[in-house]
Write a new protein. Sequence first.
Length: 581
Amino acid sequence: MLLNLSIYNFALIEELQIDFTGNLNIITGETGAGKSIIVKALQMLLGGRASTDYIRSGQKKAVIEANCSIKNDQPVKNKLEQLGIDYDPTEGIILTREITHNGNNCSRINGRIVTLKVTRELSQYLIEIHSQHEHQALFKSQKQLTLLDDFGGKEISELLKKTEMIYQRLKKKQEEYTALNQNEKEKARRIDLLQFQLDEIEEADLTAGEDEELLAEKRRLSNIEEIAEITGRIYAGLYESGFEETVIIDQLNQFVKELNYISSFDDELESIIEMLEEAVYKLQEAAYQLDDYQHQLEFNPQRLNKIEQRLQLINKLKRKYGDNVNEILDYQAEIQSELDDLLTSEARLEELEEEIVKLKEDYFTVASKLSGLRCKVAEDFAEKIISELEDLAMEKSKFELEVTPMIDSFQEVELNRITSYGIDQVEFLISPNPGEDLKPLAEIASGGELSRTMLAIKKIIAENDEVQTLIFDEVDTGIGGRVADLVAEKLAIIAQNQQVISITHLPQIASMGDTHYHISKNMTDGQTKTEVVQLEDKKRIEELSRMLAGSQLTDATLEHADEMIKLARKKKETILESKIE
């Protein structure tokens, strides 16, 4: 459920914060006040394409933020865990979108930066927006198929998962088969190239980390004279002295003797003597090890020459196959695997052919079962839609769902003829008036008929719908009078199971709201600003009166508005009682 929405520096909005409630939330206001701006901001927040045109004049960026609560049983929890996003069920989910002039736009979920793709994947479980643009999606076969499957519930959902799983396996095997079954000349050229590269690398007989070891040895041999001179000089300073010179160790021994002599006068000197004696031992050990190291030093020009030749060979291979020996060895394993596959491709092709045939049979079996279930569910779905349309003053309407399989046998299963969601195409057919033939929804429905049809569908699938917040942007287009009353009741019914936010210009729908917000456009300091306030009692009556009769309020319109709210309250009580029963 959408708990609150915050918008900053977006179009005419300088700063706007709305705290929504459950059930039916109503937003009204004059044309041009900014109702559509709120919807646009939400669309961008939920992963829609951003435009810098919406950044408020004079500002560096626009920010949109929403806080949504989630149910314990919602799939959104699983999605958050899959994405590795931390969340606290008591605090919900915070979605944030920043839009800047330089194009460095940013989307966040609970403070973590995410891609728009991730935002869209998650938000599909949170909020669904129905506007005139979204209504057009109802014309598409894929959308109609999705709605039918949503109505079918768990049984269809399980078959869909099986169908998609087999489809993906079939697609992967088909791609592997195509790759193996490439042009024979191309395959032969590839085998020759791989064999040459493999021979070249194998002949070098490389060892992991060899290049680093050789470079270290080269550095030592190349600088051996300097190493010998310095280590010899240090050894001499520690342990060997020339004429009239005293080595460090002898000096320290002398210091120890002298301190031992005077320690009989002061016991505190004992600890200093111990430290000097320990220093003598350590320096002696260092001198011995330096001596051993010196004796091992040997200038070997032949070994240095071999190392340089070996490094030349390795560098030649690096230029072709990797930045270091380990990468070259990885490439060797990779081309060996590819070469083995090519050399045994004929046998593999036969295996793949058998696997593909089996997968096609499995796919057709499951997809056909899914298709049959869809046909069965479609009849029930159509009956319920007709019933809902009757409640929405489309009593004479006829409605059918035409489910058409695209193939008739597993031999026809080809990737270009099937989909991950089955073999069916679905078409919603409607005849809104007596005597008219059934035609595709896109060819016959007016704006009002389309709005009511979508509302009927949402009413039917509301109980199974995973989305907890539905936003209707002027769902009342093309209707009025008694039909408006009926649409208002449908919205109230849907709002018993899901949070509904409806942007409307009809008083009949506004009167049915559980919470009412008014949006207005005002001039402040020479700038136009959009503001939203929650209406209570008197102000709500005044707003309904304005919607009924325009800007001039009269006692008659105020009484009418008050009566509408009271009647709406009684209708909602009846709806709630019927739900309890």
